[in-house]
Design a protein around this ligand. Sequence first.
Ligand code: HEC
Ligand code: HEC
Length: 226
Amino acid sequence: MGPDADRAHAQEPPPESPALYQQYCASCHGNEGQGLYRGPSLVDVGAASADFYLRTGRMPLQEPDQQARRGVSEVNFTDAQVELLVDYVGSLGEGPEVPDVDLAGTSLARGGELFRLNCAPCHNWDGKGGAMVNLENAPQLHDATPIQVAESIRIGPGAMPSFTHEALSEDEVEDIARYVAYLNRPEDRGGYGLAHWGPATEMLAGLLGLAALLLVTGWLGERERS
Ligand code: HEC
Ligand code: HEC
């Protein structure tokens, strides 16, 4: 224990923000990411959130009251610029890191089960966007990459709930990412195959999964009462 240890305990100044952040983000999120009336705080949202919002073209918004949906932003950053911004937002606090997603060895069947139970009520059993239980207008998942699927699960963008590691393990998240990739390109089965699964079985399983979820969450009950 010497002067070095003492220095490590001294209050660290907030990380210096890159010029790119000042130019494109600070007017809404504050000079140090602390948040302003125009945009929420970015402290503790994590690198995963910044990566998701930037790579899906949700940020930067032009106006604070715009809906932060895929492709709404008019700014196209380069990869290097996104990485710089992601590193900076990640340095502002604790929060999920950009996940590593490896689809090798994942289970398509288990991904399908998990998707029908946890995602289909909003995104529909085929990932084509929501209307089955019309809570919020959940988008179709056609453009979402496996990493973006994993990020969305951990950060819960907008009205989507986030899922903890207890709710969905890393392996289960990868199974779901695999299944979404399959939904988006069913012809590209990557050698994993669905074997005995046809579209009819898929749909039936989807409906059963939905019914189970509705029962569990009591949504059916709510409806009958009103
Ligand atoms: C015109 C205002 C505006 C600008 C400019 C802007 N944002 Fe945002 N940002 C918002 C608003 C409003 C939200 C909340 C949107 C929502 O949740 O639907 C948001 C949400 C976010 C989120 C999600 C936060 C969370 O709670 O998980 C991230 C990350 C983010 N912005 C990063 C950025 C970055 C990085 C930039 C600069 C490249 C930027 N934003 C530029 C207004 C802005
Ligand atoms: C309660 C409804 C709900 C549930 C359950 C839900 N989502 Fe979402 N999801 C949404 C909404 C609403 C959005 C749009 C959020 C936004 O843009 O701010 C969204 C956005 C997404 C996106 C981003 C799509 C894009 O192209 O930008 C992905 C990927 C996604 N969800 C995957 C999933 C997965 C996988 C599951 C299951 C583990 C799931 N969601 C469960 C409502 C839901």
